[in-house]
Design a binder for this molecule. Sequence first.
Ligand code: NAD
Length: 461
Amino acid sequence: MTTDTTTLVSRNPADPDDIVVSLRTPGAFAAADAVERARTAQPGWLRGGAAARAAALGAVATALEAEAEELAALAVREVGKPLTEARAEIARAAAIWHYYAQAPYEPTGAVHETAAGAGLLLSRRRPYGVAGLVTPWNFPFAIPSWKAAPALAVGNAVVLKPAPEATACAQRLAEIIGRALPERVFTLLPGGATEGDALVSAADVVSFTGSTPVGRAVARAATARGIPAQAEMGGLNAAIVLPDADIGRAAAHIAAAVAGFAGQKCTATSRIVAVGAALEPLREALAEAFRAIRVGNPADPATVCGPLVHESARDRVADAWQGLSALAGATVPDAPGWYAAPTLVEKVPPGHRLLNEEVFGPVAALLPADDLAHAVRITNSVPYGLVTSVHTGSLDAALYGLDLLDTGMIRVNAPSTGVDFHLPFGGSKQSGHGPKEQGRAALEFYTSSRTYTLAPEGATT
Ligand code: NAD
């Protein structure tokens, strides 16, 4: 144990007196040590074969399903995730492990003709060794799962450094994964920036999800070491609404995408761009939809908008709407938890921080656009590029958006939130760095390609 340890305290955001977990962080040395130990276990894990890896990943999926209700309750308590969303997250995490449990049987390469004619050329993907995973608190089961499952499936060992705010969730997930895997193949490294930084300095491949400033620093550190890294970061996502959209449906989708889980999703909507004549009806429909959002105790299955994760997060949100004209919300409920009402603001002056920075709370700005081209320019004008939703009855408008919007994901007539884990996931510009996550893209990210030449006697190579 080194002297760079601190006390980590994770609290219930709905009841801040409830301490979910408190521990001494292990420090930087522990990160290097965890990677070294994982490195000794990794070759056996790889050589153990596809069947053993498939069975282990399948066992994690089954255990998540068996313990789903207890795990969902823990996510409610530790990060304030509304129960209905927490249940959906556990189901998604289990589905991710089931999906990647098939991956060990997938082909790992290809056979090619040699240029000279004789012999065999083979390309084959191999794991890097130890994958260092650094994760945020907002999807405490799904995000560690969508990184760890593909990394393990292809034969890496894993060291996971979760966000301090989700430490208890990570401990439960690690217990479940640890039961299914040989010793040291998966290691939990609790802690904060010190441990995260030390893990990035020791791992063989790094996958990060979190805020843009930290993600960029992680990507720089990994690149300086010459190891592959991916960083999925913040968003400032727009919803574009055209006059021909089903305005009521669009308003309901958008309100849920702004305020669900108190806007604490990288894919949450924070800018609503109304094109031409859509503005007036949308304005009214949104104000109504925002006021209808159920705010309160995240343990209530009817709650859509629970508390913010920290007092400082709640204060940052309340600060963001100061001085702006509010169509809904802009209040802080009088409750022991760190709540903020779903808030819709308009007439936001150009250059305002709501239009440039991720606030990560249940707040959105309503912005008018002259036409679709103008709406696309507004959407693309920010440094982020994660996801855009387009609400329209016109195929032409949807196709125009697909061609010109500079975001990693575009969703037509659907909320900006929501992820299909079997397709590539990630953003452009300051929302994403490096190869995408999930699906087959993840299997490639956690492996590098080797080329083998098998030359018969006398062949020219
Ligand atoms: P954060 O950047 O504060 O922390 C993320 C992780 O990085 C944590 O585990 C943290 O302990 C660790 N960390 C902090 N400093 C570090 C350092 N110097 N070196 C290495 N690791 C370090 O983010 P957060 O508050 O946990 O999560 C919220 C953010 O995550 C939001 O910006 C949100 O948009 C983003 N997010 C992005 C996605 C995506 O896929 N694009 C998904 C979920 C969340």
